[in-house]
Design a protein around this ligand. Structure first.
Ligand code: ZN
Length: 193
């Protein structure tokens, strides 16, 4: 923890770089990814403060949209789309994901009931059995596509897609290499960016 505190103490020593941020934010991209510490969106994309609006959840899960049942995830997506007017949403899954691995292996999550209930509520059953692959690449990639489908069911997303003002992207990030792959509709495969 101490190195993080030391860095935070000196981070604000470039006031000229940050002063303009007081005027507001207008990010172009909503970046949805896992809470995993190995995934650092600003490092992967090179984004500066103000450029990425982020939603991080266990397993980069986009829960089902349910009006009358507010969730932080739906609020974040809606704000990004309706208020900030982002033009692109990236759902970025990653290799060696603990959440997806637990689903694939059928782990007993009794010791972490909140995790168990979140996955049970929000995640679909893994579409492929990836138990022999520690990266769970196929399962994660299928999972990313399932989250993109979920996003399409959000009313604000559906509207913006219909009017051509929003694009969705599925990414797969390898924590052990740093490589990023994007789902290509033409081949229905995740290929190098
Ligand atoms: Zn993860």
């Amino acid at each position: 923890m101490q190195p993080l505190i030391d860095n935070a103490r000196t981070f604000g020593q470039r006031p000229e770089e940050f002063a303009r941020l007081a005027e507001g934010q207008s990010p172009d991209v909503l970046f949805i990814t896992c809470s995993d510490s190995r995934v650092v969106p600003a490092l992967i994309t090179g984004a500066r403060p103000g450029e990425l609006f982020e939603l991080r959840t266990a397993g980069n899960i986009v829960p089902p949209y349910a009006s009358g049942h507010p969730t932080a995830e739906a609020a974040t997506v809606e704000y990004a789309v309706q208020v900030l007017g982002v033009s692109d949403i990236v759902v970025c899954g990653h290799s060696h994901c603990g959440a997806i691995g637990a689903l694939v292996r059928g782990d007993d999550l009794g010791a972490v009931p909140a995790v168990r209930d979140w996955l049970a509520h929000a995640a679909d059953e893994p579409a492929v059995s990836d138990a022999a692959d520690p990266a769970c690449a196929d399962a994660v990639q299928h999972h990313v596509l399932a989250q993109l489908l979920r996003l399409r069911s959000y009313p604000c997303v559906e509207q913006r897609l219909a009017s051509g003002r929003l694009r969705l992207h599925g990414w797969y990030y390898e924590v052990h290499t740093g490589a990023v792959r994007e789902h290509r509709a033409a081949t229905d495969a995740f290929e190098a960016l």
